[in-house]
Design a protein around this ligand. Structure first.
Ligand SMILES: NC(=O)c1ccc[n+]([C@@H]2O[C@H](COP(=O)([O-])OP(=O)(O)OC[C@H]3O[C@@H](n4cnc5c(N)ncnc54)[C@H](OP(=O)(O)O)[C@@H]3O)[C@@H](O)[C@H]2O)c1
Length: 322
């Protein structure tokens, strides 16, 4: 049985990738900073080993990678703390230094396959620290592609039962009488977490993906305002959405940096200046799952028709094979 080390495998996307790997008969190793909470989320999966480890230590990584056939890196953060140019120490550590250590440890441990998570429109000149640091992480990983077969994925926002996107908008509308929304016209092309997991796992033995960077997007573009309204409707608490001007959006983002919960920052505001959209099709013949087929099943307060429609689409996906 081939073995894959999934760094960041305890997170939202990582749990789905671990599940897909198990379905495809891989054994999985998940290093984490917090074994007990990671174990809770992964315990139902056979052939998944969860170990507490400091993944920022090169020797620890090398030891973890011994006996692995491939490594998947999913570690990422959305908030980097105090702004800096080109990015803060927190972004550097998670998005650049860690991938650099990972490729070093892959070399030393003899791992020849690496799949790496980036973000849509990562770029050296991108407007946000998040996207600039993701670009340098990509460069670190691609720099070894003559020795290690590397594949990089760049999703737009990812939706699924435990997402921190639609669920947050739904929860906010349960609590607030009105949503005052920064960047209401920002564009997103949400991609389903299971489609992302399928792309990662199918890439592992797909030679054509070696050395490639893939955008991962869903079938439809929405504005942020549309997504917030949709989440409120599905949750059964639709509230009026008041969109802020550009200037007020920036100020709200600035203020939110002082509020616990990491809901929004200026860096998120800068990321949203770029439409999170792409013309790319999903790789490996994966058919992108519509948001409307899945979101009703997890956002609560759903109508029976919406739930049945979601179940029908899920059943069709199950019979599609692949
Ligand atoms: N979710 C999205 O919509 C989306 C969209 C585009 C790209 N992405 C990218 O996809 C990746 C996974 O996203 P996600 O939503 O699954 O994130 P998540 O739920 O927050 O999970 C992140 C994982 O990374 C680990 N981690 C976080 N900070 C770390 C640090 N400083 N050092 C070591 N490990 C750390 C955590 O592990 P432990 O806490 O167990 O140690 C956790 O398992 C990220 O790289 C993100 O940038 C996500």
């Amino acid at each position: 049985m081939a073995k894959v080390c999934v760094i960041g495998g305890s997170g939202f996307i990582g749990r789905h990738i671990a599940e897909e790997l198990v379905r495809r008969d891989f054994s999985v190793l998940v290093p984490t900073r917090y074994r007990e909470s990671a174990k809770r989320d992964l315990i139902h999966l056979p052939n998944v080993d969860v170990v507490e480890a400091d993944v920022h230590d090169g020797a620890t990584l090398e030891r973890l990678f011994g006996g692995c056939d491939a490594v998947v890196n999913l570690v990422g953060i959305l908030q980097g703390g105090k702004p800096a140019s080109p990015y803060s120490d927190a972004f550097r550590r998670a998005h650049v230094a860690l991938p650099t250590r990972i490729v070093g440890a892959c070399r030393r441990a003899g791992v020849r396959r690496l799949v790496h998570m980036s973000g849509l429109h990562a770029g050296k000149d991108a407007p946000s620290e998040y996207l600039r640091s993701k670009a340098d992480g990509e460069a670190a990983v691609l720099s070894v592609q003559n020795e290690i077969a590397v594949t990089i994925f760049r999703p737009s926002v990812v939706f699924g039962p435990e997402d921190q996107f639609l669920n947050v908008f739904a929860a906010l509308q349960k609590r607030l009488p009105v949503v005052v929304l920064a960047c209401p016209d920002a564009k997103f092309q949400p991609v389903y977490v299971e489609d992302v997991a399928a792309a990662f796992v199918r890439s592992l033995d797909a030679d054509e993906s070696f050395g490639r960077v893939y955008d991962l997007v869903g079938p439809k573009v929405y504005t942020l305002r549309e997504l917030v309204r949709y989440a409120g409707e599905l949750a059964g608490h639709p509230r009026p959405v008041v969109g802020l001007s550009d200037r007020m959006s920036y100020l709200q983002a600035r203020m939110m940096e002082f509020v616990p919960g990491d809901l929004m920052s200026r860096d998120n505001y800068y990321s949203m200046q770029l439409p999170s959209t792409s013309d790319a099709a999903l790789p490996f013949g994966i058919v992108p799952t519509p948001l409307e087929a899945i979101a009703p099943s997890y956002l609560g307060g759903v109508t029976r028709d919406a739930r049945y429609s979601a179940l029908r689409v899920a059943a069709r996906r199950g019979t599609r094979g692949g």
